[in-house]
Write a protein that binds this ligand. Structure first.
Ligand SMILES: [Fe+2]
Length: 242
């Protein structure tokens, strides 16, 4: 059970609305303002905060319009790239949002200043939540852009330390492709074969999410890499795979 509304956008992005305090929400990674505004209107929701994981446009381009239309406060790790940022956030900070504290986990790797947002368990959410942007996908991870494989490996190690029951909300839906890649790396794996068969039965895109830290530790090859070198080699193979 969770309070997160999943909004597929821009083809394969996910935008998330976290509903707290009745009709108030914060949004994570609004690459498209239109999708968000439509949902706010439809359900009479009040947007109070915008949380951005990294500067890429498909995660942040809607921030300007959302701020203009709703007056929401914008948090991001990169105010030089995202001009609408009200609060520059960094690793270890706890954002005292009404309804729930949100912990910023610095996870450089996909970009040098990428972060994940962690919402600890609370009264209205029995399991913690993690919004990962392009740091971790279900069964995969983002490309290395402007950081090093060591940075990325260290960031995934930090995520592994979160409670297994933490629900994972990634920035994209590359799930099927990631499990196809995993099966290529580990041919004949019953785990990957079984999961692919399950995934192929899912017709609604949003039903792919969430995953959990426990599942990612068991099934995500990038989370299982034993060293930065092993991670880098896996990432190179995935870049070629697609
Ligand atoms: Fe990205």
């Amino acid at each position: 059970m969770h309070n997160v509304v999943i909004l597929p956008a821009l083809g394969d992005n996910y935008i998330y609305l976290y509903r707290y305090d009745g009709q108030r929400v914060f949004v994570v990674d609004p690459g498209d303002a239109g999708v968000v505004l439509e949902n706010l209107q439809k359900h009479a929701l009040d947007l109070t905060h915008v949380l951005i994981t990294h500067s890429h446009g498909d995660h942040s381009a809607g921030a300007k319009k959302l701020k203009a239309e709703t007056g929401a406060t914008i948090f991001s790790p990169d105010s030089s790239a995202i001009r609408e940022t009200d609060c520059d956030i960094t690793d270890g900070q706890t954002l005292a949002l009404p309804g729930s504290p949100v912990v910023v986990i610095g996870t450089p790797g996909h970009t040098s200043s990428a972060v994940c947002y962690y919402v600890p368990a609370g009264l209205d959410r029995p399991q913690p939540l993690l919004f990962t942007g392009d740091t971790m996908f279900i069964g995969g991870c983002g490309r290395i852009i402007g950081a090093t494989a060591r940075d990325f490996f260290d960031s995934l190690c930090r995520l592994k330390k979160l409670p297994d029951e933490t629900l994972v909300f990634p920035g994209h839906d590359y799930t099927v492709e990631n499990y196809e890649f995993a099966l290529q790396v580990e041919p004949g794996s019953k785990v990957h074969e079984k999961r692919l068969a399950e995934l192929r039965k899912i017709s609604k895109q949003a039903d792919m999410v969430p995953s959990s830290i426990g599942r990612e530790k068991r099934e995500n090859l990038f989370m299982q890499a034993g060293s930065a070198e092993e991670f880098a080699e896996l990432r190179r193979k995935k870049d070629i795979f697609g």
